[in-house]
Design a protein around this ligand. Structure first.
Ligand code: ME8
Length: 535
C-alpha cells in the first residue's frame, strides 16, 4: 500500500533539469541522532512536496567516510577501514529506511565513482594554478583534524577542550589560494539574497567575509600520518583534506550519472553507458549551522574555480538540544530516532521534528513536549477527526460516500493554496500549522453539526449526507496535503477512504474528487492514544 520512493528507473531522465536537493553527508563513525534525522526529514519533506507538485526530483544523501578518526577506530577494532565503513554504512542506510526517506541515491565517499571524480577535479584545480605547497608551523587538533594558530587560543592561553589533544606541528602541505576570491563572493552574496536561507545566516557569512582576511585553505594531509583518504593525483604522498573530499560529493554523484553540466568540465569522468541525468547546479543544499562556512565560503569558490555553476540555495537549519543541553554520547543525553520510532511510530517522529522546529533557529527536545504534541495534535486532532468521520460514514451510510456538498470547500481551498505556497517557500512548520488549521476547523464542524444527533432524526437525513460528505472529502484532501510530511499516514488514510492510488499529487487536493457512491475501505485509528501518564 505504501508507495515506494521513486528510484532511478522511475526518474524521467529525458534531460530536463531535475530539482536536485542534497543533505550533508554524515560522518560514518558518528551515532545517528535526532540532529541527523531532522536534517534528512526536512530534506525529504521538500523533495516529496516538489514531486507532489509534478517536478522531477533527485534527492541525494550519504556518508562521509574518510579521515583520521575512522582510520584509528577501524585499527582499534582490528578491522580494515573499508570493512569498518561498510558495516557502519549498512546501519546508516537502515536508519534512512526507518525514517522513510525517499532519496534517489546514497553516496559513500569511499566509493570508486566518487574517488575518481574527486581526483579528476583536483587535477583540474591544480592545472588551473589554484594550489601551492608551503610549510606550516603551528598546532594541530587530532580530534577535529584541523590546524590551529595562536588566534584560536582562549583568553587564558589554552585551546577549547572541544579540540581534544592539540600538538605542535611542522608540516608541508598543499594550500588553496582563497584571498583573491573574497571580494567577488561578498558581491555575490549581496546580489543574491536567496542564496543563503534564512537571511540571518547570510548576514553572518557576510559579516565574517567583511571583517576577516580569508586564510588560504589547507587541502592535504601527508599520507605518512593519514592513509585513509583520497590520494592527491598530482602528489600521491598526500591525501585530500576530508572537507574537500566531502563537498565534492555533490558533483561526483551527478558526474557518475552522466550529468552534462559536470561532464562539460570533466569529459573524462563519463562512466561507461551511464544514463544521463541533468542535476547540476543543485537547487538546495540542506545543512546545519555548524558547517555553513564550508558551504557558503569554500564551496562557491571551489565551484567557480572548477567552472561549475553555484547552487541555487543553501538551507541552513539550527541545532537540536535535549532538555536544553547539548546532545552527547558520553553523558547519554541523546535522542535516538530509531527508539522513538519503535515506540511511537515513524510519522509521529517526522511530524514532531518538523512541527517543532522551523528551518533556522535552534530547538530543544523534551519527551514531555513530544508526547504532548502526539496526544493533542496527532491522536486527538488528526486521528480523532479521521476516525470519527469515517466511522460515522460507515455506521450511518454503510461506508458509501453520499452526494457532493461544498460547505467546507472554501476553507479547504484556501488551506490548500496557503499550504502549497508555504511549502514552495520551504516554510514547512508554517505549512503544518496551516494544515492543522483545517484539522481543527473540521473537528469543530463535527461538534457544531453533531452528525450523531442528526442520525437520530430521519428528517435530517439530507443534512447528515451533507455533513458526512464534507468530512470525508476534507479527510481526502488532508491525506494529499500530508503526504510529504507523513507519507505512511497519508497512504493509510487514502486506503481507509477506499482509494487505491497514492496521495502523492497536489493536483488531487482540488475539492470534490470523491464521487458519490464510492465505498470506504476498512477504518482503523491512525494514532492510537497511549494509555499512560505523560512522563
Ligand atoms: O559535519 N542538531 O558531518 P556530521 C541538528 N561530514 N543538526 C545536527 C546536530 C544537532 N544536534 N548535530 C549534527 C559533518 N547535525 C560532515 C558534513 S557535508 C559535505 C559534510 C547536522 O555527521 C550537522 O549540522 O558531523 C550536519 O549538517 C549533519 O548533521 C552532519 O553532521
Amino acid at each position: 500500500m505504501i508507495a515506494k520512493p521513486p528510484g532511478l528507473s522511475q526518474i524521467d531522465a529525458r534531460m530536463s533539469k531535475c530539482f536536485y536537493i542534497t543533505t550533508a553527508i554524515d560522518y560514518v563513525n558518528g551515532q545517528p541522532h535526532l540532529g541527523h534525522a531532522y536534517e534528512k526529514i526536512v530534506t525529504d519533506v521538500i523533495a516529496r512536496a516538489r514531486r507532489s507538485r509534478g517536478e522531477t526530483v533527485f534527492f541525494l544523501t550519504g556518508l562521509d567516510e574518510h579521515g583520521q578518526k575512522v582510520q584509528q577506530a577501524a585499527l582499534a577494532e582490528g578491522q580494515s577501514p573499508q570493512a569498518y565503513c561498510d558495516a557502519l554504512a549498512k546501519d546508516w542506510q537502515a536508519v534512512a529506511a526507518t525514517l522513510n526517506l525517499s532519496h534517489n541515491e546514497f553516496i559513500c565517499t569511499t566509493q570508486p565513482r566518487h574517488q575518481q571524480v574527486v581526483q579528476a577535479l583536483l587535477s583540474r584545480l591544480h592545472r588551473g594554478g589554484n594550489f601551492y605547497k608551503a610549510e606550516y608551523r603551528g598546532f594541530y587538533s587530532l580530534k577535529e583534524e584541523t590546524f590551529l594558530t595562536d588566534k584560536d587560543r582562549r583568553a587564558d592561553g589554552t585551546f577549547d577542550p572541544a579540540y581534544g589533544e592539540v600538538v605542535a606541528l611542522t608540516e608541508e602541505n598543499y594550500y588553496f589560494k582563497l584571498r583573491e576570491h573574497q571580494s567577488w563572493l561578498i558581491d555575490y552574496l549581496e546580489s543574491n539574497p536567496r542564496f543563503i536561507y534564512p537571511d540571518y545566516r547570510r548576514n553572518e557569512v557576510l559579516g565574517f567575509l567583511k571583517n576577516n582576511v580569508l586564510e588560504d585553505l589547507c587541502i592535504s594531509r601527508p599520507s605518512a600520518r593519514l592513509t585513509w583518504g583520497i590520494p592527491l593525483p598530482f602528489d600521491p604522498s598526500y591525501v585530500t583534506y576530508v572537507w574537500l573530499d566531502a563537498l565534492l560529493n555533490y558533483v561526483s554523484l551527478p558526474a557518475a550519472h552522466g550529468d552534462p553540466a559536470v561532464l562539460e568540465v570533466l569529459p573524462a569522468a563519463r562512466g561507461p553507458g551511464s544514463e544521463a541525468l541533468a542535476l547540476w547546479p543543485a537547487d538546495a543544499h540542506v545543512i546545519g549551522k555548524d558547517i555553513l562556512k564550508f558551504h557558503a565560503v569554500y564551496w562557491p569558490i571551489l565551484l567557480k574555480q572548477l567552472g561549475l555553476a553555484l547552487p541555487q540555495q543553501i538551507l541552513v537549519h539550527g541545532w537540536w538540544q535535549k532538555d536544553r543541553m547539548k546532545m552527547s554520547k558520553t553523558t547519554g543525553n541523546v535522542v535516538d530516532p530509531v527508539a522513538v520510532i519503535e515506540e511511537w511510530g515513524q510519522d509521529a517522529f517526522r511530524y514532531y521534528v518538523v512541527r517543532e522546529l522551523d528551518i533556522g533557529p535552534d530547538g530543544t527536545w523534551t519527551d514531555a513536549g513530544f508526547q504532548a504534541r502526539y496526544h493533542a495534535e496527532l491522536a486527538n486532532g488528526l486521528g480523532n477527526l479521521v476516525n470519527r468521520s469515517l466511522a460515522m460514514l460507515k455506521r450511518y451510510r454503510q461506508g458509501i460516500v453520499t452526494a457532493r456538498s461544498d460547505e467546507l470547500a472554501p476553507f479547504v481551498t484556501q488551506t490548500v493554496s496557503q499550504a502549497l505556497k508555504q511549502l514552495g517557500e520551504n516554510r514547512l512548520q508554517a505549512a503544518l500549522q496551516t494544515i492543522w488549521g483545517l484539522v481543527n476547523r473540521a473537528n469543530q464542524y463535527v461538534d457544531q453539526t453533531a452528525p450523531f444527533k442528526l442520525a437520530k432524526e430521519p428528517a435530517h437525513a439530507r443534512r447528515l449526507d451533507e455533513v458526512l460528505y464534507n468530512l470525508a472529502e476534507t479527510c481526502r484532501v488532508l491525506a494529499v496535503l500530508l503526504w510529504p510530511f507523513l507519507p505512511t499516514t497519508a497512504a493509510n488514510l487514502y486506503a481507509q477512504l477506499g482509494l487505491s492510488e497514492a496521495p502523492d499529487k497536489f493536483a488531487e487536493a482540488a475539492w470534490g474528487r470523491l464521487p458519490a457512491g464510492h465505498t470506504l475501505g476498512a477504518v482503523a485509528p491512525l494514532f492510537p492514544r497511549k494509555d499512560r501518564a505523560l512522563k
